[in-house]
Design a protein around this ligand. Sequence first.
Ligand code: ROI
Length: 161
Amino acid sequence: MANTLVYIGLGANLAQPVQQLERAVVALQSIKDTELVQVSSFYGSKPMGPQDQPDYVNAVAALTTRLSADDLLTELQQIELEQGRQRKDERWGPRTLDLDILLFGDEVIQTEPLTVPHYGMKVREFVLYPLAELDLNLVLPDGTKLSELLTTVPLNGLSRL
Ligand code: ROI
């Protein structure tokens, strides 16, 4: 399979989130048939969803992979589980580690486990600003420019750590 450029969103708000993300970055480097290309700064962000949970630490990583999107998802879920993620997590509740496939090349995927581009990415400051650090000229599969999204999505307290 050819190499695909993939963007992954990283998020954590429990059990020392900065360390969770640092550990996750190391784990990303050991995924088979995959190379870590770039990691954004880490950002502090206000919780989207229920407010009675700690602030998040978020980042975005770029990978190239020869895996399929499904196989990459399996690898990412394995890393989440190794870092104590409880799969029964309430929807939009706190988590030790969340790894989301934001973009998988320019593919549009709508299967049971996987929606790519990530359904929330266009409105989430904690995705868009770290992504812009990696490639401000990024264009989504539907033609939307990242630089345009940034003008419509405020920082909402997002801060580079
Ligand atoms: N809020 C922030 N700030 N960062 C996240 O990564 C994040 N992830 C989630 C929900 C619960 C929607 N809120 C979040 O899954």
